[in-house]
Design a protein around this ligand. Structure first.
Ligand SMILES: N[C@@H](CCC(=O)N[C@@H](CS)C(=O)NCC(=O)O)C(=O)O
Length: 206
């Protein structure tokens, strides 16, 4: 693939972690640039992402934000089977379910137990954690039951759906995400952790 001057802005948080893992797994020819979009880089970040969030994929004069859109673009450029268009509806189902249910719940543990505790800009919201625990239990059962019957979520092989649904799981231990008892999820995530790009997306970069 010709060098398109792709630049991926990232931090080590949940969503940019997924985008970096995708880029590395697909061996996309991106230049990785660590950024602090809500802090020291805010003044120049707004034009490339008015939401002041990472990840952002800059391609020439075009900037693309949202992890899912970036993953779709990188797959289209390098490895279309990672976002299989013949399974577009199933892909959409799991990407949406991750955002609205499973990673929504897991992300609350990440935010309250890691980010809020680290930066101490407010007390930990214990009510939010209780509510997330309830949601997590509901949705983890759905995923665990699904994974009882298959190794990967869509089309019988690894795809972006697996990366996206697993967004919060690399932080499960540190963020106290209540994964115990979901053996199928744990075995599936162990399979993901065998992939270098998923296990160590930031190896060798800032
Ligand atoms: N919906 C966006 C969410 C992006 C987002 O919330 N990014 C957070 C990290 S998870 C961020 O930029 N936080 C500031 C930082 O990491 O420096 C996506 O899926 O890409």
């Amino acid at each position: 693939m010709a060098d398109r001057g792709l630049k991926l802005y990232y931090s080590h948080n949940l969503n940019p972690r997924v985008a970096v893992a995708v880029a590395r797994h697909l061996k996309a020819p991106v230049e990785f640039t660590r950024a602090d979009p809500m802090g020291s880089d805010k003044h120049w970040f707004v034009p490339i992402n008015p939401n002041t969030r990472v990840p952002v994929l800059v391609e020439g004069s075009h900037s693309l934000w949202e992890t899912d859109a970036i993953a779709m673009r990188l797959a289209a450029l390098t490895t279309p089977e990672f976002w299989p268009l013949e399974h577009a509806v199933e892909m959409m189902r799991w990407v949406s379910w991750s955002a609205h249910h499973f990673t929504q719940a897991g992300g609350t543990f990440y935010f309250e137990n890691l980010i809020v505790r680290r930066y101490q800009f407010r007390p930990v919201d214990e009510q939010a954690l209780l509510s997330a625990a309830e949601d997590f239990a509901t949705h983890a059962k759905v995923l665990d039951d699904t994974l009882a019957k298959r190794d990967w979520l869509v089309g019988g092989k690894l795809s972006y759906a697996d990366f996206r649904v697993a967004t919060a799981l690399p932080f499960a231990e540190a963020a106290s995400i209540p994964l115990a008892g979901y053996g199928n999820i744990q075995r599936w995530h162990d399979r993901l952790l065998e992939i270098d790009a998923w296990r160590e997306p930031f190896a060798g970069i800032a």
